[in-house]
Design a protein around this ligand. Sequence first.
Ligand SMILES: *Cc1c(COP(=O)(O)O)cnc(C)c1O
Length: 380
Amino acid sequence: MNSKPLIKLPSHLLPSDGRFGSGPSRVREESVRALAEVASGYLGTSHRRTGVRSIVSRLQEGTAELFGLPDDWEVVLGNGGATTLWDVLSFCLIRRRSQHLSFGEFSSKFAKAVTAAPHLEKPQIIESPFGTHPLPEASGEVDVYALTHNETSTGVQMSLSRPEGAPSAEGLVVVDATSGAGGLPWSSEEVDVYYYSPQKCLASDGGFWVACCSPSALERVEKLQDRWRPASLDLRLAIANSGKNQTYNTPALATIYLTLQTVEWMNSNGGLAWTVERCERSAKVIYDWAESSEYAQPFVVEPLQRSRTVATIDISEEIPALEISARLRENGIVDTESYRALGRNQLRIALFPVIPPEDVAALCACVDYLVERIPPEGSP
Ligand SMILES: *Cc1c(COP(=O)(O)O)cnc(C)c1O
């Protein structure tokens, strides 16, 4: 690939920013500048003092506003990201047995973590082929339903609702929303824990988790308090610290500040309704483009399941998608490669709210430009 001559994209076709990765994903320049501006009074100061705690408090309030959370919900924060939270949940929220919808890399990883936990029964795992999602099934056998708002590996989104007939205090609905939170609609009536890492849809950095918890979830955590767990994975400690606008151990202050910037940017523009509409527009741009293209098509067949925050686009076999991604990269447009484990000839493009729909349109034009000019396989 490297020996082939560069295909330089004309500058008028280029998007305003070349970052289209699904996580870590594009961070707004404005957020980084805002952080730089407050840095001397914020970075390097105590997370137990009012300076940082007031930022944490604004983040908690802004998050509750963004999602329209009822007053009796808590916005709980901790270190380690969504992957760590899976372990937290297996110690502190699942009583005996959970049900998992497994339809891609991330949803299957949570199921795997729970399967390996010696103190829990083997979970119910409901699978469906990649590119689709299964539905939860009400069951008297389970006390947690583990859903994924957006499966980042395959670009499949699902709408969130309690399984029909499931009593809510018995079967808590727990949603991994890492690549959907802030871009996809949901209702707090249908969910008990809505959690995510902020380096995807929320345009911040990693190593941190946010979990919006209903009163039923908070009550469950209290009931399970006697079970042994490492302190670093103790949701009860995290809840207690979050009540004081703190975390159990030291967080990355920059991550918190960048997350707050995105949340306040979203709220000041019209909140979740605005971001959802923006992601819908980006999704329409890319799926319409793929459907009318000779060589591209949406990977997800069912239009309602096509993610509005992470698009997966199959490319005809005669054009290697990896070469398209490599040539985009030579032009400063990065991280359009498909999820490695999926193994498809595919592009994966983030449509997160900070990415303007115009940039998604520009990217499509850039791909067309390259595909017209990439020499066929085997040519010198
Ligand atoms: C990226 C991702 C994770 C893992 O997040 P980390 O911050 O790396 O732990 C979990 N779930 C989903 C849906 C993701 O997209």
